[in-house]
Design a protein around this ligand. Structure first.
Ligand SMILES: Cc1cc2nc3c(=O)[nH]c(=O)nc-3n(C[C@H](O)[C@H](O)[C@H](O)COP(=O)(O)OP(=O)(O)OC[C@H]3O[C@@H](n4cnc5c(N)ncnc54)[C@H](O)[C@@H]3O)c2cc1C
Length: 540
């Protein structure tokens, strides 16, 4: 088995290599300061022109690829369109829910989530993609989705797993090797008693009681949260962040064990991996037995400073379902990767996501107590299929509410095509189909179990406005896109893109439709670990 943590020796080597790397970066920066818009750097001999491997994107799939390449001494360049976000003692790295600014959204003048406040156009954290039939939120920055996520790392059950993935993938191996490996690397664990019992987590306790009374199986979630940091927030040593429900625009207290603190850190410490921020990849093309990757160096306003090209033997796609699928669809449409098969752009799903706001009929601290805590696992007693429910703080929800994210197993696929006139890949999803209605019905069915409990109490019943008596779910948006270049179709079962040697998908694009009624990060990461272990043993 590959070692999980970077050794002291590699840390020492990493220190020396970091100096080399900084020098190279400085040289690259100089080259990139040309006044002309496009500079081809192909053909040189420094790390700036040729590397053994390029990783596109630095979220879960990209970070794991980078770490596993680095520990085997493979000279690797990670190209990430977003910027680095380092938290510090001032606790002002990120903006807040209530006061969003340019740091919240990706090159947009509107705050991305549930609030259309005007903001500066900058290379912020969340991109809102309005596609045909669905809105998708995608993350941006060194660490990808780990910067903005609720830190939930939920493993699917074996039964649900095989409703989504081929029987050739061993659940037993995933369960024994790859899921626990990711949990260990991300330092994940459940909410401890002392935190759960603090005043900030009243919603978690109400949710736990509701699930118990409704007979819905539940458990404390594994979350990639540093609970010692949360304790410091509770005792006043740090300003509120998790406890005040700050999640989606970043964690100023540093409570998230985001990828920049583990996988990406270890990758850089290996001395073989360089991460370039503000490097937006636009094209991947065949080049003899290897590839040329073209990217724009941008500034924090998105202005293109230069266009760079890098030669490589291997490309690892880690740009997320939306980013990777867009790049592959473009390569297919423009003929730069003409052997991609017709499965590219297929088997896309919304992870069965729904949102619901439940009126509890009692006071709740609906804005507080993040990032997430308890799972409701309505898997065997819901006629619409397995349904997960997770409560999370939501600053725009009404008083006395609990906001739930629902996840299920979608029964329909979306697909992508390339709009030549608009010069972009477009996702198509039938947001009004019977299958989507069933997703909504499934979540509402689970919520109705809570309503029955609530309505037995006359005081709670009368406190709920008529319009909120029946919980309504919605499925118009997702933060959990999956698919586009999936296992066994566009790729083999280890992420090798069919038709090519040296092209791999390690991110959510590899996952068909959904992660079996769970939040996707853990399953994406576990599959990335599985693929990388196999690729490092067989392809290098
Ligand atoms: C607000 C929010 C909350 C979430 N909460 C949870 C949760 O609690 N639990 C969970 O399991 N999941 C959660 N998710 C989903 C989770 O973040 C994603 O499923 C996961 O991050 C996907 O991993 P990935 O490796 O596919 O890519 P990502 O983590 O999405 O990373 C892709 C990276 O590639 C970069 N990129 C894209 N295109 C390019 C390009 N052309 N050139 C260079 N770089 C590029 C992006 O900037 C990004 O950094 C949440 C998502 C959001 C948006």
């Amino acid at each position: 088995m590959a070692p999980l943590r970077t050794s002291r020796r590699s840390v020492l080597i990493g220190g020396a290599a970091a100096v080399v790397s900084q020098t190279l970066l400085a040289a690259r920066g100089k080259a990139g300061n040309h006044t002309e818009k496009s500079t081809s750097k192909t053909g040189g001999s420094s790390i700036g022109t040729k590397v053994q491997a390029v990783v596109i994107g630095s979220g879960f799939g990209g970070a794991i690829a980078a770490h596993r390449l680095g520990e085997k001494g493979i000279k690797t360049l990670v190209l990430e369109r977003g910027r680095r976000w380092n938290t510090g003692p001032n606790q002002d790295t990120f903006c807040t829910n209530e006061k969003p600014d340019g740091r919240a959204g990706w090159l947009t003048d509107k705050a991305p989530i549930f609030n259309s406040a005007k903001i500066e156009k900058e290379t912020g954290l969340i991109e809102t993609l309005i596609e045909d039939g669905i809105t998708v939120w995608a993350s941006c920055g060194v660490g990808g989705g780990s910067l903005v996520y609720n830190t939930v790392l939920l493993q699917p059950t074996e039964k649900n797993f095989y409703q989504c993935y081929p029987s050739d993938v061993s659940y037993e191996e995933m369960d024994k090797v790859f899921y626990p490996r990711v949990i260990e690397m991300l330092g994940a664990g459940p909410i401890p008693d002392d935190v759960l019992n603090s005043k900030y987590y009243e919603n978690a306790r109400i949710t736990q009681d509701l699930l118990n009374e409704a007979g819905v199986p539940s458990k404390r979630l594994n979350v990639g949260t540093n609970w010692h940091v949360v304790r410091k927030e509770i005792n006043g040593a740090l300003k509120p962040s998790a406890i005040s429900g700050e999640i989606w625009y970043g964690a100023n207290s540093g409570y998230k064990n985001s990828l920049d603190k583990n996988y990406l850190k270890y990758a850089e410490e290996s001395g073989h991996v360089e991460i370039e921020e503000h490097a937006n990849v636009t094209e991947i093309a065949e080049n003899g037995s290897g590839y040329v990757v073209t990217y724009n160096k941008i500034d924090s306003k998105g202005t293109i400073l230069s266009t760079e090209r890098i030669e490589t033997e291997k490309v690892f796609f880690g740009a997320g379902s939306m980013g990777t699928t867009s790049l592959l669809m473009r390569a297919k449409a423009k003929g730069t990767l003409p052997k991609l098969n017709s499965e590219v752009g297929q088997h896309w799903g919304n992870n069965g996501d729904t949102f619901a706001v439940y009126a509890s009929g009692q006071p709740t601290n609906y804005k507080e107590g993040g990032p997430a805590h308890i799972l409701g696992a309505d898997y065997d007693d819901n006629p619409f299929g397995p349904q997960s429910m997770i409560a999370f703080p939501m600053w725009v929800s009404p008083k006395g509410s609990i906001t739930f994210l629902g996840m299920s197993i979608p029964k329909q696929s979306g697909y992508w095509d390339f709009d030549a006139k608009a010069d972009k890949a477009v996702l198509h999803w039938d947001g009004k189909s019977k299958a989507v209605k069933q997703m909504v019905d499934g979540m509402e069915h689970s919520c109705s179990k809570f309503e029955r409990i609530r309505d037995q109490d006359p005081a709670k019943r009368s406190a709920v406005p008529d319009a909120m008596r029946k919980t309504k779910a919605g499925a118009t948006a997702t933060a959990h896109p999956c698919g586009g270049a999936v296992m066994g179709k566009a790729c083999d079962l280890y992420g090798r893109i069919k038709g090519y040697k040296g092209l791999y998908v390690t991110d959510a694009a590899f996952i068909p439709l959904a992660t079996a009624a769970t939040n996707p990060a853990l399953t994406i990461a576990a599959f990335a670990e599985r693929s990388m272990e196999h690729i490092m043993q067989n392809d290098f």
